[in-house]
Write a protein that binds this ligand. Sequence first.
Ligand code: NAP
Ligand code: MG
Length: 489
Amino acid sequence: MAKKEKKSLEFFTDWKYAPALESTDHIRLNKQYDLFINGKFVKPNSDKYYDTINPATEEKIARIADANAKDVDTAVKAAKTAYDKTWSKMPAKERAKYIFRIARLIQEKARELSVIETMNGGKAIRESRDIDIPLAANHFFYYAGWADKLEYAFPNRHPKSLGVAGQIIPWNFPLLMAAWKIAPALATGNTVVLKPAETTPLTCLKLAEIIQESGLPDGVVNIVTGFGPTGAAIVNHPLVNKVAFTGSTTVGKWIQKSIAGTDKKLTLELGGKAANIIFEDAPIDQAVEGIVNGIFFNQGHVCCAGSRLFVQESVADEVIHKLKNRLETLIVGDPMDKNTDIGAINSKMQLNKINEYIKIGLNDGADMYQSQCSIPKKGFFVKPTLFLNTSQSHRISQEEIFGPVLAIQTFRTIEEVIEKANNIPYGLSAGVWTDKGSRIFNMTQKLRAGVVWANTYNKFDPTSPFGGYKESGFGREGGLHGLMPYLKF
Ligand code: NAP
Ligand code: MG
């Protein structure tokens, strides 16, 4: 940072918070995890295991089974038998009781689950404790309520379950994504085979233990760990009736191709490159906080992250000045510390990808500004980064980085910003900051994004549907809409 600029950042701080580490002595983790099939943990037919690590320390946490196609076949057959013999025959109000029980057990074990989520994924404990785990429990509570009310949800349409749902999830919200997928599938009477991401299997395996404890009939939920080929084996299994995928657009397109011509139902929740738009009449301080919440918390590992910032020209200097100030106060480091704002990047591979994009931004001629903070020597960390003077054609303005990197542009008119915001292959989410209600309604009509937040950002609720336009995928998760992909009429 230039000397002159450092002086002008009035909130620049040299003082530090004392560490406030969350304790880890209350958690129970095994050294090795097998596959959860038909209500039991079983050794993989592949006989292969891999290590899962803590991305903040690079230390090994446990050995995880790597399921092959034969293991997936066993899991899918267990799910099919459970569907035919038990789950599809059970009265809906009985199904609901199990889902409620899972929700309550998640609440009871929330502290342990939060710590494990942070250990395995790298996200700040504040995020997993206050957002991920409570929301995961809430999704089970919410969908438990729908289980015996499907006839009311879809009057005169006689909804029926599909059978076996194959579900594949990414590493950025491991337990929450599992809840988004499993809860509506169970509420609608389907059985499940789920694969967590290779880097973050642990909370899903703890969920398997919770499912055992809940007494859910064997085979109703099966959890198979592994890599891409494990996911592919689920997608291609002939007894799978529905595929629900959250992850990258590349893998999503591959899945869509591979099930073309079958009668499998499909929902895809894919990448994003959201526009966060600040008008001159916006409450600037709140907007700056919204920008930070939108892209820097959770290391930018959010598909709906506000990774493109559009600021109206008349307030650009003020917003950028305040944003730089705020950047300097963000604490990057040990995710287990309750003061930490930005934890570890999920994997070495993702860290390399983010650093590669930072280089691309510089080579393309954008001006970079990074926080002066220091980052730990061990583990995968990156400083929160702004790119100023970017244009629509810059790759950092077009491609999903999935890290704490913000590309900033200015605009003059509402027409200009709508055009720029929509001129992208993605359409998952957007943010609008303005004092004017009519402008908010105008923007929500014209922005091609599944979710548009107004004067807030990254707010989630189980009652509210979520999903994308264009290459961000199709189908909705959450709310009443989230039941539909698991039903036929
Ligand atoms: P990814 O590589 O697409 O992986 C997602 C999941 O698919 C993982 O479980 C992965 O297993 C599995 N997979 C990989 N190759 C597969 C194949 N050929 N067939 C079936 N499954 C396969 O994405 P990621 O790197 O984990 O996650 C980041 C991406 O997810 C970002 O693009 C982000 O925007 C997107 N995302 C979207 C949403 C949303 O709701 N729209 C939410 C979260 C994340 P492995 O882990 O073993 O590779
Ligand atoms: Mg992957």
